[in-house]
Design a protein around this ligand. Structure first.
Ligand code: ADE
Length: 259
């Protein structure tokens, strides 16, 4: 998987190439991260990469020419036809399905803006898609770009030791992850749920599914609504809601049915 990165702070991407799962993926050549710094394409004495916005307003914007030249250098380095994605709070929301689409592309150029933003004409001419990692504003697109690199890398075959890891990740199934436990069996008077210790894999799997459903229902009902639930999942959630003495369980759960 090829990641071209356009950023004024290429060293930040050492966080990806020097640590953990992504470091190993990088070392093994499963992912490639090549950075292009607009500063290297600024040709005035001060290597200027920002300028004041027309019409006034706070802060500075990234200048067109150094940014476009850096993007085009990245295009030349990348496989032909590689799409350009700009990280921005104005973008469409990043989620698992978008991460999976980026992985399918096989290569991507990520533009990380700084200052108050980017001249709109760069976005119109050079950028295929703007993507946001959430409804809050960060000081630059580097951290969001690293989120994309990390999340996409996890889908590259061989990056995670066991392929099941990626498939069991939160959101791959459209549900939040179930609770997990490791040794010791009792710690601070808190014990591991008995069923996990039972060795009955079918029961453990069903318990995990139920826990995932409960968590998603309680914390992210929006996810569960758009995903829908099947008959078994309905039954597992109903069992839980009834145990909590919640009224009109069927009426509530009918709105989640869909698969
Ligand atoms: N740049 C600044 N804030 C951002 C966000 N929330 N998502 C993507 N890029 C950003």
């Amino acid at each position: 998987m090829y990641f071209g990165v356009v950023s004024l702070f290429p060293q930040m991407f050492e966080a990806v190439t020097n640590y953990g799962v992504t470091r190993r993926a990088h070392e093994r050549g499963l992912i490639k991260v090549n950075c292009f710094n607009p500063r290297d394409y600024a040709y005035d004495k001060f290597k200027t990469v920002d300028d004041k916005p027309y019409g006034g307003g706070p802060g500075m914007l990234m200048k067109v020419q150094p940014l476009c030249d850096a993007i085009n250098a990245a295009r030349k380095d990348a496989p032909e036809g590689t799409k350009v994605v700009c990280m921005s709070p104005q973008g469409i929301a990043l989620d698992h399905s978008l991460v999976a689409r980026f992985h399918d592309w096989g290569s991507i150029i990520l533009v990380a803006g700084r200052y108050e933003g980017i001249d709109e004409r760069v976005l119109q001419k050079e950028v295929d898609l703007e993507v946001s990692i959430g409804d809050y504003v960060l000081s630059g697109g580097e951290l969001p770009a690293m989120c994309v690199i990390d999340a996409v890398s996890r889908l590259v075959p061989g990056v995670l030791g066991d392929i099941r890891n990626a498939e069991e990740d939160s959101f791959a199934k459209g549900l939040l992850h179930y609770p997990q436990y490791t040794r010791p069996e009792i710690v601070n008077q808190q014990s591991v749920p008995k069923i996990i210790l039972s060795g009955n894999h079918a029961q453990i799997e069903q318990w995990r599914l139920q826990q995932s459903l409960i968590r998603t229902y309680e914390r992210r009902p929006d996810l569960l609504k758009s995903r829908g639930i099947n008959k078994l999942e309905y039954k597992l959630l109903k069992e839980y809601l009834q145990s909590k003495n919640i009224q009109d369980v069927d009426k509530i759960l009918m709105t989640y049915l869909g698969r």
